[in-house]
Design a protein around this ligand. Structure first.
Ligand SMILES: [Zn+2]
Length: 219
């Protein structure tokens, strides 16, 4: 084998390693028997789905921002299995605390808060089929370029692993109302969202065009 051939093979290996390389830091929130039971209850009462284990078959990724300033404050908010007393708008629907499967810090570090296909409460009507990705940011501190890149990597990783068809920003979730995908037993249970910002969704969709992910049903 001549040296040019060897160089070519080395380069090929480097490229494939880069494509699969994603650094995910496991930082689990409490997933105890209380969260387990409340997740099954949420699946039954809100989504009308009876399960013996709170697992999902993801077909969608929902991107969020936290409105909390730091990774650790968000982690602490999600860590307890039951909902904090001040979330009155959603407390009537379930005592299960909000959370997501992933959390991305301002520097692009990706944290996995629970097994990827565990049930998490992050988007009304769609939790049973959606992986949630929270980003530390908000209206006053928009998401960073490092977060954009990390979200892109994570979406590619998840799309490669599961049958993901949809990529949406949380503010778009009501587009699924009246579609077969929407599962919420109370037609009036809805909140208004603006995360993670329209421009962030425009940028990520442009960069991930090749994945052909949909943004709404029948589109
Ligand atoms: Zn959100």
């Amino acid at each position: 084998m001549n040296s040019l051939k060897i160089l070519f093979i080395v380069l090929l290996n480097c490229t494939s390693a880069l494509a699969q390389d994603i650094k995910i830091i496991d930082k689990p929130i409490i997933y105890d028997s209380t969260r387990f039971k409340l997740s099954l209850q949420y699946l039954k009462e809100r989504h009308g789905i009876i399960k013996t284990e709170p697992k999902i078959e993801p077909i969608m990724i929902v991107l969020h921002w936290t409105e909390a300033k730091t990774m650790s404050s968000t982690f602490n908010t999600f860590n307890q299995p039951t909902l904090n007393g001040d979330r009155k708008a959603i407390a009537g629907a379930s005592n299960l605390n909000v959370s997501s499967q992933f959390l991305i810090d301002r520097d692009g570090s990706i944290y996995r808060l629970m097994p990827e296909n565990n049930f998490a409460r992050h988007v009304i009507g769609l939790n049973y089929c959606a992986i949630g990705v929270e980003n530390v940011g908000g209206n006053d501190f928009p998401l960073t370029d490092a977060q954009l890149l990390a979200n892109e990597e994570l979406v590619r990783y998840l799309t490669n692993k599961y049958s993901i068809k949809y990529l949406i920003g949380h503010y778009e979730y009501t587009l699924f109302k009246n579609s077969a995908i929407w599962k919420e037993t109370d037609p009036n249970y809805q909140t208004i969202k603006d995360d993670p910002g329209i421009s962030f969704m425009q940028k990520i969709r442009f960069d991930l065009k090749d994945l052909n992910l949909k943004s709404a049903p029948n589109k």
